[in-house]
Design a binder for this molecule. Structure first.
Ligand code: NAD
Length: 371
């Protein structure tokens, strides 16, 4: 059987032709297509907090090529209840101390790290040492140095890393990127990306510099940054930034409350990005010479909404329904089976972290920083 998916498909088609079958499309419902993963990947979730419980575990239940097989938690009772809910063998419940013994569990193919940001590097590197592929939540880590260590660990293990950039599987976002690449609003001039929310509990890890690595930029501003990159299709060469934190407010003793940054791209596109932990913001705008596009919300779990005006007034563009969470996990499974390209790679996460470090440097020094 040929190795590449295209060759495999051609091989299967010619074999079917010999057997007198009309086409793969006609048979697709009754046979397993050669280019789809045959065995679902087993996922171990590390950290059973709000995002894992509220989005990722329900999301993997909708996957075609992935299933939950193990949990890693510091709370055995909670883990047992979650295992019951998702039909996970209780023998596959681990804690943070015996985590490394996952290497002896062949049911686990992928470890999904859903911990506070400063723990991402440690658990990703330990998962690679155990011989597993890794999905890791955003931000990839809290420094460029850690991102590089994670990529080195992946290379040493010969395994792959995907970052939880769910918007890379969002239908409206993908439709907007497609319209922009087709030139439907002409050459892009200006991007405005705004992300923020009013943060609650002042004792949570997101407001602890050591655990979070930073404030609103690390958590929610990274969406504006990522959007400026995927909407422009370019990499910024320079950044200028301001941060603000009212240290009299109990929430902002350690991390920034607002971060405002401008990115300069090689073609001349400028992106103006705002993020905040004390106001709700969720909108991206792309202005071209022949119109503009709006994604509002720009990055909600249920998907963005895409509007475009390319000369006939602003209208909502219909897009097929999507599923960011099943999409990103099945997308990783398909990429590992060599039938889809890898997206949201560790290199993507590293690039965002390089820019984030430049943003903080600019805010600290009140100077533009080259990237
Ligand atoms: P959370 O506080 O709800 O959960 C954190 C989990 O880590 C809990 O299970 C907690 O018990 C565990 N943990 C282990 N050690 C801890 C420690 N020292 N301090 C605090 N918690 C500890 O957080 P969350 O909202 O689930 O976020 C987890 C990760 O997921 C973060 O990296 C976050 O950026 C990311 N996230 C991504 C999205 C997205 O849309 N992609 C959305 C929310 C969160």
């Amino acid at each position: 059987m040929p190795k590449s998916s295209v060759s495999r498909r051609r091989f299967l088609e010619s074999s079917l032709a010999v057997l007198g079958a009309a086409s793969l499309a006609q048979l697709g419902k009754t046979i397993i297509l050669a280019d789809e993963p045959v065995k679902p990947l087993g996922f171990a979730f590390v950290g059973l907090g709000q995002f894992a419980m509220g989005q990722l575990l329900p999301g993997i239940s909708r996957c075609k090529f992935c299933k939950p097989v193990a949990l890693v938690s510091g709370h055995p009772d909670k883990a047992k209840a979650v295992a019951d809910q998702y039909s996970i063998d209780p023998k596959n419940i681990y804690d943070y101390d015996n985590f490394d013994s996952i290497k002896n569990n062949p049911q686990i193919d992928v470890v999904y790290v859903v911990l506070p940001n400063s723990m991402h590097a440690e658990y990703t590197i330990r998962a690679f040492a155990a011989g597993k592929h890794v999905m890791c939540e955003k931000p990839m880590a809290v420094s460029v140095k850690e991102c590089r260590q994670m990529l080195d660990a992946a290379r040493t293990a010969g395994k792959r890393l995907q970052i939880g950039y769910r918007m890379h599987w969002d239908s409206a976002t993908l439709a907007c990127i497609d319209a922009l690449r087709q030139g439907q609003i002409g050459p892009i001039q200006i991007i405005v990306a705004e992300t923020g929310f009013a943060i609650g509990d002042p004792t949570q890890w997101r407001l602890n510099k050591k655990l979070a690595g930073g404030g609103c930029l690390m958590d929610i501003g990274i969406y504006s940054l990522s959007a400026a990159r995927y909407l422009s299709g370019e990499e910024p060469t320079e950044v200028f930034a301001h941060t603000y934190q009212n240290t009299d407010d109990v929430h902002f003793k350690q991390v920034e409350q607002h971060c405002d940054f401008q990115l300069k791209f090689p073609s001349g596109v400028l992106a103006s990005c705002v993020s905040s932990y004390s106001t709700n913001l969720n909108r991206y705008e792309v202005h071209g010479r022949g119109g503009h596009c709006v994604l509002q919300p720009g990055q909600a779990y249920e998907g963005a909404t895409f509007y475009m005006d390319n000369g006939t007034g602003l209208r909502q563009v219909d897009v097929p329904a999507g599923d960011q969470f099943a999409g990103e996990m099945d997308g990783f499974a398909r990429a590992l089976a060599a039938v889809a390209p890898f997206k949201a790679t560790g290199e993507e996460g590293l690039q965002d972290m390089r820019i984030i470090e430049a943003i903080y440097e600019s805010a600290r020094t009140a100077r533009a920083v080259k990237i």
